[in-house]
Write a protein that binds this ligand. Sequence first.
Ligand code: AMP
Ligand code: TRP
Length: 329
Amino acid sequence: MAKPVLVSGIQPSGRLHIGNYLGALKNFVELQDSGKYECYFFIADLHSLTEAFDPKEKPKQILELVADFLAAGLNPRKSTIFQQSQSPSHTELAWILGTLTPMGDLRRMTQFKEKSEGEKETSNIGLFYYPVLMAADILFCDAKFVPVGHDQLQHLELTRTLARKFNSKFGRTFVEPQPLLTKTPRVMSLMNPEKKMSKSQPEGCLFLDDSPEEIKKKIGRAVTDSGSEVKYDREKKPGVSNLLEILSSFTGKPILQLEKKFRGKNYATFKAAVAEEVSEKLAKFRSKKAELRNKTSALRAVLVKGSGMASVAASKKIQEAKKRIGIAL
Ligand code: AMP
Ligand code: TRP
């Protein structure tokens, strides 16, 4: 029997942080290596155009993200790795799905509200339309599963609604996808543990290619809470709890066991241990990335091959959708 399809993407808009890694990329690799799925992973370059960017930097950001994918363990022999903009049927499908999407549904999206705050009339339409393109990214390949972080759940819910709507209006065409979350679907900012770690607030981010010295410095400076106990309490101790979750994800050890290990120890000892563990776990990634990042023609070749394969799947699906709605004569 055919394996269930799985798809996810990341925007090429700067360096990846451990939120991207623990919430998404680490899971991509585990799911790929389980051998249970047919996997598509892509560079969401069209989505990344919705925020300010420099056209001279964009090609570097795209290839850098391919290097991140490969350094983390994605393998083009096991997964289709592609560039969103090189599969034109994606945007065509997005248009069709857009005609089924009420404006109110998009206006309610938390990400849209946050990103367009204070610039209601001047913010770009791409930011508004973003979830519809994301739905096309998922529906084009009949994906059953979508590994993402918590912040993408609302977009995924819209994707499910659009698939259902299309199917009931025009006949069964799309698969309703389900999210796959990790144990840390929402890594919080080191400087403000009430907010998620985000590229838009780099001061609270731990980047995947930060040096061990930077990791030590950043974790040392991370906001902790009053008191001195290393204890998990999301409400009263958001800073310490975030570090405990990070440590637990990197080591695979349960939080309870870690609390026990650090009982009676102060924050400084705890933070030093977190920094050491994170640096050590990321060492392999750092050296692989350093090795890969200048091999631009090899990185480009990965995308060209994957994009060809994704385009074939997407153009098949768009033909099917066009037939259903009566525009393929
Ligand atoms: P982006 O860089 O916005 O394309 O995000 C790539 C992936 O990382 C998505 O699946 C996000 O949900 C996930 N992600 C981003 N920030 C975090 C975070 N702070 N914690 C967990 N997952 C995150
Ligand atoms: N919007 C996602 C993010 O910022 C990236 C993305 C675009 C995506 N299309 C997707 C993720 C399809 C999963 C499936 O994280």
